[in-house]
Design a protein around this ligand. Structure first.
Ligand code: EPZ
Length: 422
């Protein structure tokens, strides 16, 4: 296992480039299962979750070439002899469920391990399964696996009872090879969903409405390969901007789509951080401690749940009291207990955390529990007085490419070290 040792209290300065979006790459890789032709992605971040998806596609029988230096991946699923996503891979990455829709559409059969609960909540996939049934698949649960079969998926109208990002993506991919028209209602509008729609369109699918509540898809019997450059990761961008703000520094975050981050940048401006927003850059300067502001996580374009933990780290040092309400996942405050160990004043009550800003945090040994919680602990440690050790950073490496190196280049005193676990 590895840990990060951080000497806090250094204001960050300089320029930092954001990598490709994890939550876009994963569905785009799964979409390669819809065609026999090669599909190429550029600007692919070097992440543990991407590695897991590579392993999964290879286990299904696809040929995958990943040039980590260039950041390109080429996938060709000429045949899919084993349409089965094994438990060992699914348990390490819930997004593995994204192969369900493409596999059933292409092979008329799929066996995908049911993901268990995870650190941030129960996270069922009932809405994916209900929608697959509506498209005509038969769903059976066998020994912890979802077994889905069909003769041919048939277009229909599907209303998602709750907005679900990977659920919308899974069913968009399934509908791409279904017979006839599928209308998806109450869809997720996240930029990652929109990017998947653009790629499906390049593959030959007639699809419209992405970015709105309703997406219409005309199924096509066979699809072309694609060549696509992955958009910047909006969550990494937000994390870096907050790193500048929390350390009282001044940094320029480049290769960003600021439009994707409006809910976050508005809150940072409300917190009296100086932001200069260019066409693909966000320059942040923290003239003083932030002012306390309240946040409410919501589906896009609302404030992203994936930035809640990082924003809470910032609010621990705010002038005043902020109320943070988590509306997407029922257990996404695990970072609060760790932040309290650094001297933060946080009271959690159900899905609401009341954060009373303190003047400073103190370094401490910390335990990462999930991806974004890990990022919030790193941010708090960068701002704290003294040394912190953030253990179990494999969570961080799932979704951030070389975060420690990027922060070090901005002046942070941060080192990666091996650590023994009993
Ligand atoms: C996606 O997860 C992201 N993952 C998550 O990123 C992100 O936090 C989340 O969307 C919300 O924005 C990927 O894109 C790979 P949901 P997803 O289905 O699709 C409930 C990160 O840190 N629900 O939109 O799994 C669910 O429990 C992460 O990068 C059902 O009840 O999330 C949650 O309360 C982690 N039944 C809500 O809907 C279902 O069948 C939204 O979840 C599906 C979801």
């Amino acid at each position: 296992m590895e840990a990060l040792i951080i000497q806090g209290g250094v204001p960050l300065h300089g320029k930092v480039r954001v990598g490709g979006a994890k939550n876009s790459v994963l569905p785009l890789m799964a979409a390669a299962l819809l065609t026999t032709e090669p599909c190429t992605l550029e600007n692919v971040p070097h992440l543990r979750d991407v590695n897991t998806m590579v392993k999964l596609l290879m286990a299904l029988g696809a040929r995958v070439e990943w040039d980590r230096e260039k950041g390109t991946i080429t996938i060709q699923a000429q045949e899919i002899p084993h349409p089965e996503a094994p438990y060992d891979l699914v348990k390490t990455m819930r997004a593995s469920v994204l192969v369900l829709g493409p596999l059933v559409a292409r092979c008329q059969r799929a066996k995908v391990s049911l993901p268990g609960g995870c650190a941030i909540g129960v996270r069922p996939i009932d809405l994916h399964l209900k929608a697959m049934e509506k498209l005509g698949a038969r769903i059976d649960l066998e020994e912890g696996y979802v077994v889905a079969t069909c003769r041919q998926l048939l277009g229909t109208t599907i209303y998602f009872d709750k907005v679900t990002v990977t659920g919308t993506e899974n069913i968009m991919m399934a509908a791409a090879l279904a017979r006839g028209e599928t209308v998806l209602e109450n869809c997720a509008k996240e930029p990652e969903v929109q990017e998947l729609a653009r790629v499906l369109r390049n593959m030959g699918v007639r699809i419209e409405g992405e970015g709105t509540d309703t997406i219409c898809i005309q199924g096509t019997p066979s699809l072309r390969g694609y060549h696509h450059t992955v958009m910047p990761d909006r969550i990494e961008a937000a994390t870096l901007v907050i790193a500048g703000a929390i350390t009282g520094g001044e940094i320029n975050v480049t290769h960003v789509v600021p439009r994707h981050l409006e809910a976050v940048t508005r809150k940072l401006q409300e917190a009296e951080m100086d932001l200069a927003i260019g066409p693909d850059t966000i320059h942040v300067k923290a003239p003083q401690r932030p002012r306390a502001v309240d946040i409410n996580t919501l589906p896009y374009p609302g404030f992203p749940t994936d930035v809640q933990a990082q924003f809470m780290a910032l609010m621990t040092l705010a002038r005043g009291t902020s109320v943070i309400t988590e509306n997407i996942f029922e257990n996404r405050f695990l970072h609060a207990a760790e932040l309290k160990r650094m001297g933060a004043d946080i009271k959690v009550n159900g899905n609401r955390a009341v954060v009373k800003g303190v003047e400073s945090l103190k370094g401490a040994p910390l335990m990462a529990t999930d991806l974004r919680a890990s990022a919030s602990l790193v941010l708090a440690a960068l701002a704290a007085r003294g040394e912190s050790r953030v253990s179990r950073i494999y969570h961080l490496d799932r979704g951030y490419e070389r975060l420690d190196e990027k922060l070090r280049a901005l002046g942070a005193r941060i080192e990666r070290t091996k650590e023994e676990w009993p």
